[in-house]
Design a protein around this ligand. Sequence first.
Ligand SMILES: Nc1ncnc2c1ncn2[C@@H]1O[C@H](COP(=O)(O)OP(=O)(O)OP(=O)(O)O)[C@@H](O)[C@H]1O
Length: 254
Amino acid sequence: MTEPSTAILADGLTKRYGSTTAVDDLDLAVESGVVYGFLGPNGAGKTTTMRMLTGLVEPTDGAASVGGTPCTDRRELVDEVGLLPEEPPLYDELTGREQLQFAADLRNVRWETVADRALEMCEALDLAEDLDRRIEGYSKGMAQKTAFVQAVQHDPAVVFLDEPTSGLDPRAARTLRSQILDIAASDATVFLSTHILPVVEEIADEVGVLHDGRLVAEGPPAELTAAAQGGASDADLEDAFLELTNEPDAALGR
Ligand SMILES: Nc1ncnc2c1ncn2[C@@H]1O[C@H](COP(=O)(O)OP(=O)(O)OP(=O)(O)O)[C@@H](O)[C@H]1O
């Protein structure tokens, strides 16, 4: 058996905006092939963390790397990562197919090499028939599916997903969950931020809970759940989340 390698590493990662500390001295070590659920209340610093890890925002302090590449090295990082941001970058005037081809071009990847994978994913997500329509006429769900495929079609080693099932109907959300598991099974790492805790319970191997920019708990979902409500057998991840983010100092042993 080969030793697991670290896909995402953050050391004292900090981002301040004026007097606001969005991310506060964050340490992370996420192993390859893991689905890491990144949770936290609104404004906890999840998006800012993902933006630093993908090189979109410079940290004020600390450092991070993805697949061994420093996150400040955006050019190198582009080959390693796929990002589905909160507000996906799509061009209204393009068709879905042109958008996917454009995304491949941007990464200097030949469309022919990713087309089979991309089109298979579109087929499973029930998007294939809409690929030759312009994105301006897409529903929110269609746009979200396109943005997801664009983020992962080049088979990146590490995938960052911010609310990936946003706007998806239950069938599409289920397909997308299974695609995320397929991605992880192929030894890629998935860093998943979502408020939909049952999704995290279902597919995450590890969970990190962020509160006010600080990591207040980390572990497998079952472990966090087991510690919630004094060990009550019917506690779930939502109970754990509410407890941890209601009393973060207790979680940190203060
Ligand atoms: N560009 C910016 N300028 C100033 N403050 C910012 C900026 N981006 C984020 N912040 C602040 O940093 C903090 C963390 O925001 P962030 O968007 O990272 O949280 P989040 O956990 O992703 O929240 P949500 O769940 O609502 O998406 C908030 O207080 C936010 O107002």
